[in-house]
Design a protein around this ligand. Structure first.
Ligand SMILES: C[S@@+](CC[C@H](N)C(=O)[O-])C[C@H]1O[C@@H](n2cnc3c(N)ncnc32)[C@H](O)[C@@H]1O
Length: 440
């Protein structure tokens, strides 16, 4: 269904990634939404065959859509009005900043239904990108829909009213430098909101020059302790206020607010349980061995710390040198491992994973877990895994598109999906955490 309201203006050159709501409207159409796609947008087809991605739309709805970006083969826009057939899963967004702040884009969809929609999107991603069907058993583990996010990067805006410093907080608008100021963010943990409304104002008042905006990383360790980090933080302030310890599945995991850490502590134990089960299945089947666990893209050594009790030797590989010290602490034999034989057989490496893999050809069927950034596995890493004696790989991913791409490449080398699970780590956003077990 298609109707044009306005003539298109002279095309500008905005980035296609910029948030549809923040861009000038170029034309308005009526379209019927066919399905939800990666990124949480509704997909519709215009009369001329172009695909239109519509923010804020749900499948089945007839929407008036303001188009804000047009290319030869696709357009992008946002819902102005649902004209007919509003989805029964549509709800009022909870946050007054919805559509302005770059953080959430699924608040218009019932929280109870988000996992179901995103699972469908994942299935389609794998069909489209990898030409692979996810197993029937593919499930999404869910946790709290609000107040879950224990880690965030906020913008601190410092001003001065006479002698009095004024400190406010916001999030960057998507692909934009402007800031959406907030008082209370419904996806942040209550402890983070409380910190921002109270102690954070004292901490940051006078710290940055008036008129200056500073990005600050915040981390809630799940026990009400908030740590923070900003660029240029003095070493003494860093050691007192950036470093933190979270207790996860009975283990104490040290990290600091400047490095990667998982951002949904409530659902994290479910992922740990699935990863441990996946390891047990590999060991029981003989596809992998307990001789050697290799945790690639290991951050502070999180997965290795959760799995080390099952192995005789453990190696973590992480590019960020800042993670190394934490990984050493997290994998120390005092952290839950009673087997003193592993002492001296723990190796924490600071190097790009692809370089380490190329230098260390694995000639035993080691157990390999990888958790790369959104860009997925570098080609050299994929090649090295394919050439090694690794027959079983646990792949944790926060970006299903690169996961599907890498799965297709590994499939060419004989790997098949044994198990697929997802974790709704980021409700109100279109992101899912995935765990695949691949074996050959
Ligand atoms: C998604 S995080 C996972 C961290 C860890 N597995 C965890 O659960 O906390 C990805 C990590 O990979 C690291 N990284 C990115 N590129 C890398 C590379 N080429 N080689 C090694 N580590 C890399 C990042 O610094 C980051 O710590």
């Amino acid at each position: 269904m298609f109707r044009r309201y306005d003539k298109p203006g002279r095309p500008r050159r905005p980035s296609p990634k910029r948030h549809a709501f923040s861009m000038p409207v170029r034309e308005v159409f009526e379209v019927r939404i066919e399905k939800m796609v990666q990124g949480g947008e509704g997909m519709a087809r215009l009369a001329d065959g172009r695909v239109c991605f519509v923010a804020g739309a749900l499948p089945g709805e007839l929407c008036k859509v303001a188009v804000t970006f047009t290319k030869k083969d696709f357009s992008r826009g946002h819902v102005v009005e649902v004209l007919e057939g509003a989805s029964p899963d549509r709800v009022e967004a909870r946050c007054p900043l919805y559509g302005k702040c770059g953080g959430c884009s699924l608040q218009h969809l019932d929280s109870e239904k988000q996992a179901e929609y995103l699972a469908q999107v994942e299935r389609e991603n794998f069909r489209r990108i990898a030409r692979i069907e996810l197993p029937e058993s593919f499930t999404v583990h869910t946790g709290p829909a609000w107040g879950y996010r224990n880690r965030a990067r906020v913008v601190v805006v410092c001003d001065q009213a006479g002698d009095k410093p004024i400190v406010r907080f916001g999030f960057r608008k998507q692909e934009s430098n402007s800031v959406a100021l907030f008082k209370n963010c419904p996806v942040l943990t209550p402890a983070l909101n409380e910190f921002l409304q109270g102690k954070a104002r004292e901490i940051f008042a006078g710290k940055f020059r008036p008129g200056r905006e500073m990005e600050v990383n915040l981390f809630d360790n799940g026990s009400g302790e908030i740590s923070y980090y900003y660029e240029g933080m003095p070493a003494s302030e860093f050691s007192e206020n950036a470093v933190s310890v979270a207790e996860i599945c009975g283990k104490k995991i040290e990290a600091d607010a400047s490095v990667f850490f998982q951002s949904n502590l409530e659902l994290l134990p479910a992922l740990v349980k699935s990863v441990r089960n996946a390891v047990d299945e590999g060991l029981a089947s003989g596809e992998s061995s307990d001789e050697w666990l290799i945790d690639l893209f290991s951050g502070v050594g999180f997965f290795a710390a959760m799995l080390m009790d099952k192995f005789k030797r453990v190696t973590t590989v992480e590019r960020e040198e800042k993670c190394l010290q934490h990984a050493k602490v997290n994998l120390s034999v005092t952290n839950g491992t009673t087997d003193s034989a592993i002492n001296g057989k723990i190796e924490n490496v600071s190097a790009p994973a692809e370089e380490w893999l190329a230098r260390n050809v694995m000639d035993i069927p080691a157990t390999l877990i990888v958790d790369p950034p959104r860009t997925g596995l570098p080609k050299e890493a994929l090649d090295a895994i394919a050439d090694s004696s690794v027959n079983r790989l646990i792949y944790v991913s926060c970006h299903p598109v690169t996961l599907a791409r890498d799965t297709a490449l590994l499939a060419e080398k004989g790997f098949k999906i044994r198990r697929a699970e997802a974790f709704a780590f980021y409700p109100q956003t279109p992101h899912l955490e995935m765990m695949l077990v691949l074996a050959r």
